[in-house]
Design a protein around this ligand. Sequence first.
Ligand code: PLP
Length: 395
Amino acid sequence: MQMSSDEIKALDSQYVMHTYGRFPVAIDHGEGARLYSPEGREYIDFTSGIGVSDLGYGYQPWVDAITAQAKKLGHASNLFYTEPCARLAETLCKRTGMSCVFFANGGGEANEGMIKLARKYSFDKYGKGRSTILTLNNSFHGRTITTLTATGQDVFHNYFFPFTEGFRYADADSLNSLRDAAGDDVCAVMVELVQGEGGVLPLDPKYVKALSEECRKHDWLLLVDEVQTGVGRTGSLFAFQQYGILPDVCSFAKGIAGGLPMSGIMANEKCRNVLGPGTHATTFGANPVCAAAGLVVQDTLTDAFLQQVREKGEYLRDQIEALRLPCFGKTRGLGLMVGIAVKDGYQNGAIAKKLLENGLLVLTAGPGMRLLPPLVVTREELDAGVAILKRTLAE
Ligand code: PLP
């Protein structure tokens, strides 16, 4: 018999470790950009499982591809070749100009691979002593001990000492700050092009171009963390394509398989052979079911679809700004990665809670709000969400 929301919450509270500040809601199923509780309560979803469910819920080609692949082969390990993984890697490289892919399972793990690659590149070429990676203040790169260290927010540097050595921080959009943090020990710079968890803050394109040149000048690898910005979220397949740069290495995760756990890194030609046999591995990486799902995501994210992502993002921001809600300031972001400033005197967590009570799911980021609707969201679903914003927050 189907459990009720209260039964699920009680069972979870007893047996699942309390590491998440969960909303008091159980989700049973979804359709398009709508989610439903076991009792059938409907929610408009502007979270897509924190940027993961880019094809929404119940997207038939995705369900069919996963079902067909699961019937054929659910796992083989990286001791063998499988077709979905090879085809997904080919698609990603052909669409981006990168040269090869390593598949992993989550964003933090992908970033670990990117950090390892950067340090080995430098060791192979220059020997010991050049292993420091510069990251940006206010960044977020993951929850492993090393990616927590890479994360440029002090609040993450507690409890779990000792942290990994070899990271220093610079201010976003300031080449001077980067140069101050630099030194002979640096091998790479790692950035998110839109700082996601930090508050949906896009980097200045001029800064990004200059940063790319600075990296080339010093032979620092440019590592772009596209765990949140990648796979169509910002209205191009990867955000670096809009910024007009080619990173040395780029990580991706979240939306890559439309809701199944998958991540990876892509390396450019210069870096394609840095991680050779025996230097890096992960048992579950390149799972064929996830890769089959990833191929459906790639088939769906055509250029015309990405254009619609940009248009829908602009539409959503215009609609929100037109409401002139007392608690909200300006909107920002790229594509369907939308941030909203929250005015002094209002709490983003309390706003998210009120919206949830009225049937709209949203995220917070830094002190503001963050909206990450499924990329397939329709105008009708966007309008339904905006109507809830108006009804809930108008006074
Ligand atoms: N990097 C960025 C930019 C992220 O936004 C996140 C997660 O939100 C991560 C890394 C960590 O990803 P995961 O939670 O899949 O390990």
